[in-house]
Ligand binder design. Structure first.
Ligand code: ATP
Ligand code: MG
Length: 177
């Protein structure tokens, strides 16, 4: 007998956290499992996976929240906007998690939202505690808090050995976004 739904964390400074979550989604769709991906933080540029998601409907449902990276790269909006959107993302996550409609719910970059102070650790722990027993809940983003690691069943730390960015190679379409 397998365990009920798992709490899965992809963290660390290396590449592959969001794509690991998407890979798991792709695998599960093969069994017609239902997946909901909620993006907590997003850049203002388009991502390939948002287009792919349209083709993976209805098994994959995609919820975009967030308004670009807070205070980094291309962010132009005031912090209050980010805080409001992060609160909405938590509310949406709660509804999706408790709906019992999904086999997997992915909270993408939720760890960043916590580290940026946009989401409280208590909100995230409440989400984890409120999940239906058979739901697999995936949390991504570097610097996962210890409180989250403690309650998780599966934690993988992506460790950067090399990243092309470090040798001046820009983010690549289809590989990085
Ligand atoms: P991916 O979405 O490719 O799986 P990720 O989720 O592990 O990456 P994030 O921290 O969410 O990584 O950052 C997203 C973007 O930053 C991607 O374009 C990714 O290639 C890039 N990136 C990830 N790790 C590194 C790194 N160690 N150095 C530079 N850029 C990185
Ligand atoms: Mg990511």
């Amino acid at each position: 007998m397998g365990k009920d739904g798992l709490v899965i964390v992809y963290t660390g400074n290396g590449k592959g956290k969001t794509t690991a979550a998407l890979g798991m989604a792709l695998r599960a769709i093969g069994y017609n499992h239902k997946i909901c991906m909620i993006q907590f933080i997003k850049g203002s540029w388009p991502y390939g996976e948002m287009e792919s998601a349209k083709r993976l409907k209805p098994e994959l449902e995609w919820v975009v929240s967030g308004k670009g990276f807070v205070g980094i790269i291309d962010d132009k909006s005031p912090r209050e906007d980010h805080e409001k959107i992060a609160k909405e993302a938590i509310q949406i996550s709660k509804e999706k998690i408790q709906s019992a409609k999904y086999d997997i719910v992915i909270l993408d970059e939720v760890n960043y939202a916590v580290n940026l102070g946009l989401v409280s650790i208590k909100d995230v722990l409440d989400l984890i505690n409120s999940k239906p027993a058979n739901l697999n809940l995936v949390l991504t983003g570097n610097h996962a808090k210890n409180e989250i690691i403690e309650v998780a069943d599966l934690v993988t730390e992506m460790k950067e050995i090399k990243h092309p960015f470090k040798s001046g190679i820009k983010a690549k379409k289809g590989i990085d976004f």
